[in-house]
Design a protein around this ligand. Structure first.
Ligand SMILES: Cc1cc2nc3c(=O)[nH]c(=O)nc-3n(C[C@H](O)[C@H](O)[C@H](O)COP(=O)(O)OP(=O)(O)OC[C@H]3O[C@@H](n4cnc5c(N)ncnc54)[C@H](O)[C@@H]3O)c2cc1C
Length: 465
């Protein structure tokens, strides 16, 4: 620290008027879960922290949509589930006095729609009716049982959330896509359809999917959500931080000086600068690409920032005049082969109306990016109709949240394609001199709130060390 103090006056002479901060200040970029948690831990450790957030509100991808829905209904544009294994999320929910409710209604059958035919989970699966050609040994197995059959003999360390020492041992899984890997294990085309229905995994590395499955497997079936909306968690975290969070503050440039970092940002159209001893970049690589880094990071880091793919998911929230599914003993949970995942966002809320949530990604997610907002809502309604044709007479209004068009997210969450697990992953979280990296993409729990929080903890630990 003495070295930093000594150099500050020298470079300070060259800083523009209005530059704030001090050599001891730690700047956290991004007030999503990762940035908020890192800032909180540093503040509690007595460090001076400033958080710069481009949006007017905290939470990043944790966004609860309350308008334009009727009857006080609300639903999520981002995260919908908290897994029982997500200890950090659950601990913070408890600390802030928030209430958990089950993600799914206590009763009701789910649906699967394939080739235009819908099957119920409370009735035997008839592959022929769904036009699925299964091998004799695959017949009679549920999608979950099929998956267990083909997942046998996985390396146990895949289920360890600690970052792997090396990705080399897992390289064989990273050479192919998820469907290709299932095929290589002997799964028929029909079985692959059953195991992948509801989500677009066609382009994903088998290693990415296997790691996700291995981390979650055996964690218990019950998922939770926060009563009142998932955004209550980041809002409570930001409120506890007070005015150290600066909103409307978009970082545009980072200068790596010999003994400090200067961060240029635009706050409400005004250019500002702040000097820090350390910076935690708790923003997705998809938006970090827009920030000028002087001098550039290492080649490996630059390649990781440039090439890390983001899943182009769209969340459709479709308001229904009635909860018509209940009369048929359905939970409103469905997976379809467009592909899409559908669920009842409002099972815990009173009233006759309900909101059906739909997530679609991959090729469908990309196609929606080209549509007008009205066309995309109509498209989302069509996705619901695949499994629930009754939505036709019940539709009232809807919202399509296209994550690829969100300027401060530019995608839903990080994924990787064949080859990238080995080439990119080892370089995502490593610090670059005084710059540290946090966010779901830097964690083993990629694509989860737990990953964002754990990464904030890791980055704060690096800074304190
Ligand atoms: C559709 C969808 C479904 C999901 N489902 C689940 C789920 O069911 N369960 C679950 O646990 N997780 C889920 N997730 C993942 C979860 O939302 C994320 O992992 C988590 O919220 C990411 O937090 P973060 O802090 O890493 O990033 P973010 O939330 O993206 O926070 C980054 C912050 O940085 C800000 N920012 C970006 N660029 C700049 C800049 N240049 N200057 C200043 N600020 C900037 C952004 O505005 C943002 O506030 C889902 C996400 C999506 C999108």
């Amino acid at each position: 620290m003495a070295g930093v103090s000594a150099v500050v006056p020298a470079y300070r002479d060259h800083l523009p008027r209005g530059t704030t901060g001090a050599a001891e200040t730690i700047v956290v970029v991004g007030a999503g879960l990762a940035g908020l948690h890192a800032a909180d831990l540093l503040r509690k450790a007595g460090r001076e922290v400033v958080v710069l957030e481009a949006r007017p509100i905290p939470g990043g991808r944790v966004q609860t949509v309350r308008l334009p829905f009727d009857d006080g209904l609300y639903a999520e544009a981002g995260p919908i589930r908290i897994k029982a294994r997500h200890r950090t999320v659950l601990r913070l929910v408890r600390e802030f006095g928030l209430k958990l409710v089950p993600f799914s209604p206590p009763a009701g059958s789910s649906l699967v729609t394939i080739h235009g035919v819908t099957a119920r989970s409370d009735q035997p699966l008839e592959p022929a009716r769904l036009r699925l050609d299964l091998k004799p040994e695959e017949r009679g197995l549920s999608p979950r049982e099929l998956l267990e059959r083909y997942l046998r003999d996985l390396p146990p360390d895949l289920a360890d959330p600690a970052p792997p020492g090396s990705y080399a041992d897992w390289q064989a899984f990273d050479r192919v896509t998820w469907p290709e890997w299932l095929r290589s294990r002997g799964a028929s085309a029909g079985a692959i359809t059953l195991m992948t229905v509801g989500g677009d995994s066609k382009e994903l590395s088998a290693l990415y999917v296997l790691r996700q499955i291995a981390l979650i497997r055996g964690a218990g079936e019950l998922d939770f959500k926060i009563s009142g909306g998932m955004d209550l968690l980041p809002r409570a975290m930001a409120a506890a931080l007070g005015d150290i969070v600066r909103y409307h503050a978009a970082v545009v440039r980072i200068h790596q000086l010999p003994d400090a970092i200067k961060v240029d940002y635009v706050q409400n159209t005004r250019s500002e600068s702040i000097v820090a001893s350390r910076v935690i970049l708790a923003i997705p690589f998809s938006t970090l690409r827009q920030i000028e880094i002087r001098p550039p990071f290492s080649g490996q880091k630059e390649r990781a920032i440039e090439n890390l793919p983001y899943f182009p998911a769209t969340r459709f929230l479709i308001q229904s005049r009635t909860r018509f599914w209940r009369a048929s003993g359905l939970s409103a949970y469905a997976r379809t082969d467009r592909p899409a995942e559908i669920w009842d966002c409002t099972h815990d809320l009173p009233g006759p109306r309900g909101i059906l949530g739909v997530t679609a990604g991959g090729a469908v997610g990309r196609a929606v990016l080209e549509m007008t907002p009205e066309e995309s809502v109509a498209f989302g309604k069509g996705l619901v109709a695949d499994a629930f044709p009754e939505i036709g007479g019940n539709f009232e209004q809807g919202v399509a949240h296209r994550w690829g068009l969100e300027p401060w997210s530019r995608g839903a969450f990080a994924v990787w394609y064949p080859g990238q697990g080995s080439s990119i992953m080892p370089h995502i979280a490593t610090p670059e001199d005084r710059v540290h990296f946090a966010g779901e993409h830097t964690s083993s729990w990629m694509g989860w709130m737990e990953g964002a929080l754990q990464s904030g903890e890791r980055a704060a630990g690096e800074v304190m060390a």
